[in-house]
Design a protein around this ligand. Structure first.
Ligand SMILES: [Zn+2]
Ligand SMILES: [Zn+2]
Length: 457
């Protein structure tokens, strides 16, 4: 970053070489605090038009035009490190953009007026050079820090009196923090390399949760701090492809097209998904409380040999329950997609598209390998969401399933990180579903669960 030599007036704290890869918010913070600027100065000094309640970190992290305006006002060449995208070790496919997390900081760095995007990354929990835990709120009272121009107090102060910044220490800063430059160089080179081969695949409008991202991204040993414990629930890693005898590439692709309908209703199950779906149905039927299914429903779930000694609690079969297991027509299987949330169906399509995206340097032999890997992940994700959907719908008909098993009725949304290089791997994490945007049977069923008391209570 060049010094502000062409500015008519020098500002205290404008030697940005002392704060390597400082974020745009970090620059604003440093100059505002060290020069006692107030919100009325934001326009003249930073070219920023902001509302009094705009979170300044959020504004600068999500708006390229505001970053551009600020760089122009400061007579800087737009620093590439202001762009959150260059900190991501992946490209994004079907991930909502302009998403940011609340300001995260290192107490030792922020004391000197230094904030860097590396502190925002969900897969980094400790300041890479100080080793201290990164935080979001006031370290004394956990209250909110002043992040807006209209807060009525200095930026990054708390109503309890805590001030994260030490103005004199920040002004006296004479060289970059030990180890920061080396780490940032290594990190940014690694992230750039990974962007060539890693793709994050999501399902808008679901915003990837920080927790899921921290499970997915694997830092190399050279960039990990000893303090940061590995995630207690790491994402599931897929490296082995499905055996080729279970795949019929052209026919599988044709059947998977069924998921691309505007409202997918029925999926002609590709062979590679048949066993998985049958196991889901069987496992659920066998773990239901005895007598939960009527004799006819049991036949649909478990086949012709479905005998049970218990007196059925529900002698009458429900047409909905009977339609949940895959429908057999000869040796073909058809899955009624009412029990698979549309978000999952779309994710399977997005994943397929992400694999089709040209990855530079990926050899032809590897494409065959990645197809087997793609199909394995699709099969597993479908089975998991099918299982959740089955339970959500069944809970309406089999209240015993609801009692004592609330957690099982949670619907989840998948997020995947695919590394498509010479050693392909896909990591998949699941987060609770937060957005329902498609009205369908499953949605009604799962929404109803929140308030419907099981019968018999
Ligand atoms: Zn630090
Ligand atoms: Zn406080």
């Amino acid at each position: 970053m060049s010094a502000l030599s062409t500015m008519p007036m020098r500002l205290v704290g404008d030697r940005f070489e002392l704060v390597p890869a400082q974020s745009a918010f970090g620059c604003l913070l440093r100059l505002t605090r060290l020069n006692q600027l107030n919100s009325a100065d934001f326009r003249s000094f930073f070219g920023l038009y902001v509302r009094r309640d705009d979170d300044l970190h959020h504004v600068l992290a999500t708006s390229p035009s505001r970053r551009q305006a600020m760089a122009a006002a400061l007579k800087l060449e737009l620093p590439n490190t202001w762009d959150p995208a260059i900190w991501k070790p992946y490209r994004e496919h079907q991930v909502p953009s302009a998403v940011t997390t609340p300001l995260r900081y290192c107490v030792a760095c922020i004391r000197l007026g230094y904030h860097c995007h590396v502190h925002q990354l969900p897969w980094i929990s400790h300041c890479p050079w100080h080793g201290v835990n990164l935080r979001t709120n006031c370290p004394r009272c956990d209250g909110s820090l002043a992040m807006t121009s209209g807060a009525g107090r200095k930026l990054l102060t708390c109503s309890c009196g805590m001030d994260l910044l030490n103005e004199s220490a920040a002004a006296r800063l004479s060289r970059p923090v030990e180890g920061a430059e080396r780490y940032l160089d290594t990190y940014l080179t690694w992230a750039q390399t990974m962007r060539h081969c890693q793709i994050l695949v999501g399902t808008p409008p679901e915003v990837p949760s920080s927790h899921a991202l921290s499970q997915l991204v694997q830092l190399p040993a050279t960039l990990r701090r000893p303090e940061s414990a590995p995630s207690p629930t790491p994402a599931r890693a897929y490296q082995r492809e499905l055996p080729s005898e279970r795949l019929s590439p052209a026919e599988d692709a044709r059947r998977m097209m069924g998921l691309r309908d505007a409202v997918p209703r029925m999926l002609h199950l590709p062979r590679f998904m048949e066993n998985g779906c049958a196991s889901v149905v069987r496992e659920i039927a066998l773990t239901l409380p005895p007598g939960s299914l009527s004799p006819r429903e049991r036949t649909f779930f478990l086949g012709m040999v479905a005998e049970e000694n218990e007196e059925p609690l529900r002698p009458q079969a429900s047409a909905v329950v009977c339609s949940l297991p895959p429908l057999a027509m000869g040796d073909q299987r058809f899955l009624n997609l009412q029990s698979v949330h549309p978000v999952c169906a779309r994710f399977l399509v997005h994943l397929e598209d992400a694999f089709a995206i040209d990855v530079p340097g990926l050899a032809a032999g590897l494409r065959k390998q990645t197809l087997g890997l793609l199909r394995r992940v699709q099969c597993d994700v479908l089975c998991r969401n099918y299982s959740e959907g089955l339970r959500a719908i069944l809970a309406r008909y089999v209240p015993q399933l609801y009692a004592g098993h609330k957690r099982r009725l949670q619907l989840t949304v998948p997020l995947a990180l695919a590394r498509l290089d010479g050693n392909p791997c896909v990591w998949v994490a699941f987060a609770s579903m937060s957005t329902y945007e498609d009205a369908n049977d499953l949605l009604t069923a799962s929404a109803g669960l929140k308030w419907t008391q099981p019968r018999g209570k």
